[in-house]
Write a protein that binds this ligand. Sequence first.
Ligand code: FMN
Length: 340
Amino acid sequence: MVNSTKDILRLAPMMGYTSAPFRLLLRLLAPEVQLYTEMVSVNAVVHHPQAHYFSRFAEEENTVFQLGGDHPKHSAEVAKQAEQSGFTEININCGCPSNRVQNANFGACLMRDPERVGEMVQEMQKKVSIPISIKHRLGIDKIIDYEFVHNFVKTIYSAGCRRIIVHSRNAWLEGLSPRLNRKVPPLRPQLVYQLKKDFPDMNVCINGEINTVEKVLDHLTPSKEYHEIALDGVMIGRKIWDNPYLFAHIQQEISKNKKTSISCSSPIISPNEIIVQYFQLVQKNYHWIKDIWSVNTLMRPLTHLYHGRSGAKQWRTSVTKPYSNLKEAESLLTLSNQLF
Ligand SMILES: Cc1cc2nc3c(=O)[nH]c(=O)nc-3n(C[C@H](O)[C@H](O)[C@H](O)COP(=O)(O)O)c2cc1C
């Protein structure tokens, strides 16, 4: 069987980064990657409704809406609005360790209460017809036994969830900032493979410091190290912000690699051409996006487009200088041709 990459490669949800403009850029340079929104708080949507929570470009397609909450009925309402807004999957955040999120009883602390997460899945499934997935960790604090995460997945599986994304380390809820929680607790990918072995018809995607083409291919091909099992998907976060072209290169490499049986037809488009297309879409949508994002926020996704190339520093400085209107920012089009 030949799979397409539609949900094999995924962009990790990142607050402050994966808003619609960055997703639009990635869609242009990696058409087959599944994109994720930033986490949207269910409480915020219910108590302070604003249309921009659901903003997306029509050109994005294949974007997952991530919500953070613990209230099954409210979450289901939000899921419904997300489906109506064109998102193609709903993801429940059970991995965020921040204090603010813990105080509101969602994120990683929900791993202690799998029944509630199961209830959320079931309420959402009554309201939407798109898939519901869960992004979670391997455990919380010092709980390192496999049984904990196995029990969590077993419960959500019984509730009907068939898609998980596992950030393959624990969340330490006490004494560690969210930033350090993405670095200090050790990675234990072998447990993600154990989950795939125990729940073979669960779509299991792995996340956490996967930052090279080789690492992606390793997870997508059966290996002796991990019971001859291959995982269903790979999710990447920080490295894609630093180097958005990595997705385009991975797409190309996995389709070339015979062992993965994945086809991917999209050619790699040059950054100069991507910028032209990006500006065209920003101009086309400007009537509605100008009320949500400043011109600088719209330019920010372009910051690392020339990662690793000579002239990249001058480019970054130019992208991040203040622009008072879109016309002014269009000088970047000329600069890209001069520099590269
Ligand atoms: C700035 C930033 C914001 C993040 N925001 C979210 C979020 O909103 N929801 C979520 O599930 N994870 C969030 N994460 C975690 C990422 O989705 C991902 O799990 C983590 O960065 C590990 O993947 P990586 O090593 O490929 O970056 C965030 C990470 C970063 C760096």
